[in-house]
Design a protein around this ligand. Structure first.
Ligand code: GRF
Length: 209
């Protein structure tokens, strides 16, 4: 695994994380910014959740990060209003990079075009295999021999933007949906901060593991 490179510049890239649930990836990103041995080239300047009860919001508050809730339920049937509310927050945060981490809403082309080449996502499969939901279930049902996680640029097709990096794990005969989900999450927590750091450093190279 590639170790973090030391940032050449003291100017940290401004990261905004969009979440919707547990926020374990957010936690890994926060932890990377707090690692004094290997200083990150980025800082988290805000966390936006579409789910008011997402545990990730607690994680952000513990780390004293600004949090914002744009409830997808309150904006049900009004995607434009939902996205405009997020775009308004982003306009104040001025992110260099927007990281989706368990954000369970598909962004419109208009939203994506507002931040060209600035939105990335982490997905729990070896894309292009298994875009969308229930990736672990499909891996077990199909008796796949390997599984993993992918970080990719977000474009207008669901989970289909250019792949930046992947991390793989073998699938063992006794693996279950739960066990393989845990293994993949562990990979995600290493992969995502590393990719974000590389992008912040301007090294948009693969981090395949
Ligand atoms: C992760 O599996 C990620 O790949 C997917 O949603 C899940 C988010 O988990 N996009 P968490 O909220 O970061 O724990």
């Amino acid at each position: 695994m590639r170790l973090f490179k030391t940032p050449m510049s003291k100017t940290l890239s401004r990261i905004v994380v969009l979440i919707g649930g547990n926020g374990s990836n957010l936690q890994a990103i926060i932890d990377a910014t707090q690692n004094k041995q290997a200083p990150a080239a980025f800082e988290v300047v805000g966390v936006i959740s579409h789910n008011p009860t997402a545990y990730g919001l607690e994680r952000a508050k513990i780390a004293k990060l600004p949090t914002y809730i744009v409830s997808a339920k309150l904006f049900a049937g009004n995607k434009t209003g939902f996205e405009t509310a997020i775009l308004d927050i982003l306009a104040t945060l001025k992110p260099d990079l927007i990281c989706l981490a368990g954000f369970m809403r598909v962004l419109s082309p208009e939203f994506i075009q507002a931040y060209p080449n600035k939105i990335i996502n982490i997905h729990p499969s070896l894309l292009p295999k298994y875009p969308g939901l229930h990736t672990h279930k499909q891996v077990i049902a199909n008796q796949d021999k390997e599984h993993g996680a992918t970080v990719h640029w977000v474009n207008e097709q669901l989970d289909a933007g250019p792949i930046i990096a992947q991390a793989k794990t073998p699938v063992m005969p006794d693996d279950t949906e739960d066990s393989i989900k845990t293994k993949v999450l562990t990979l995600e927590h290493r992969l995502y901060p590393m990719v974000i750091n590389n992008i912040a450093l301007g090294i948009n190279t693969e981090v395949n593991q």
